[in-house]
Ligand binder design. Structure first.
Ligand code: GDP
Length: 302
């Protein structure tokens, strides 16, 4: 429901497609596809995907495979669903067999990193896992305070820096060691999120990754990039940079309950080939949901 209401603007932008397809006939194909292209662009699908979708519809129409407006609409929905669920892209967390599993949460400030970490801790704890939180954002003083509130709210233990300006990598290393010694199932690591153009942030993330791997071979099991779903296509360069530097294994798209930009979700998945694992649909404990591509497609097309 929250996802559905969050995508009302995208749905409105795409609603024009229904009217167009209602009166579609073969002779009208070029005009209809031009308008469809426009609607997809306005909805933040980005030029690459828009062209891919429109041209494949054109081919199928010309080949006589799509014979009515409703068949075209179904094919459109299916092509978006296919883009979101490429073969081999795993939407469930892949936590391996070694304990503790380590999940690093990365992303720029304000995107919803801390909130998502808290909600994820709650979800995993409810599933029965023993969770340790690591306050790896040592750059922003308020970040550990905020995380401590989440730790209390979710009833999870937390490791915070012992001194000011401690290195993020040493906090994470200390947390993962504690996790290993004390039998935690999962260590959830927060990281700093000052501007992604800041090169030293990227160096810090590499150091964090190295530090946890030294304690648990193969860790981190997941590096989840948190992206603000209301920022539209701006999220693409950001996502690309994080991926190049640390190798993202999954996405958490936040604020999809607000006025989310539906098309860019498809763009970012297609461009990076990284699955969306969770979506944030509010600020409460229960407001992190596993990504459901079909529900997403239903929410953006009326
Ligand atoms: P961080 O700087 O990346 O750690 O971001 P925060 O977790 O502090 O979140 C920034 C703001 O976005 C806060 O006011 C959060 O309550 C809000 N927020 C985070 N996720 C969501 C979401 O899924 N939906 C809504 N509506 N707000 C969110």
């Amino acid at each position: 429901e929250k996802l559905f209401s969050g995508f009302s603007k995208t749905r409105d932008n795409l609603a024009v497609i229904d009217e167009l397809l209602l009166y579609w006939n073969l002779a009208d194909t070029d005009r209809v596809l031009d308008e469809l292209e426009e609607a997809l662009l306005v909805s933040d699908f980005g030029p690459r995907i828009t062209i891919k979708i429109v041209e494949s519809l054109r081919e199928d129409i010309m080949a006589g495979k799509l014979k009515s407006g409703s068949e075209i609409k179904d094919a459109l929905k299916k092509s978006v669903l296919d883009l979101l669920t490429k073969k081999g892209s795993k939407t469930e967390l892949q936590l391996g067999y070694r304990k503790p599993a380590v999940i690093m949460i990365v992303g720029v400030n304000g995107g919803g990193k801390t909130t998502s970490l808290g909600k994820l801790a709650h979800r995993l704890k409810k599933e029965g896992a023993k969770i340790l939180i690591a306050a790896g954002d040592t750059f922003r003083a308020a970040a550990s305070d905020q995380l401590e509130i989440w730790a209390e709210r979710t009833g999870c233990e937390i490791v915070v820096a012992e001194k000011e300006k401690a290195k993020a990598s040493s906090v994470l290393s200390q947390a993962v060691k504690k996790g290993k010694e004390e039998g935690f199932d999962i260590v959830l690591c927060d990281t700093s999120g000052r501007l992604h153009t800041n090169y030293s942030l990227m160096e810090e993330l590499i150091a964090c990754k190295r530090a946890v791997r030294k304690v648990v071979p193969g860790a981190p099991n997941e590096i989840l990039l948190v992206l603000d779903g209301t920022t539209g296509l701006n999220m693409l360069p950001q996502a690309r940079e994080f991926n190049e530097v640390v190798g993202i294994t999954g996405l958490i798209l936040t604020k999809l309950d607000g006025s989310a930009r539906g098309g860019c979700v498809v763009s970012v998945v297609d461009e990076l080939g990284i699955p969306v694992k969770f979506v944030g649909v509010g600020e409460g404990l229960e407001d992190l949901q596993p990504f459901d591509a079909e529900a997403f497609v239903d929410a953006i097309f009326s």
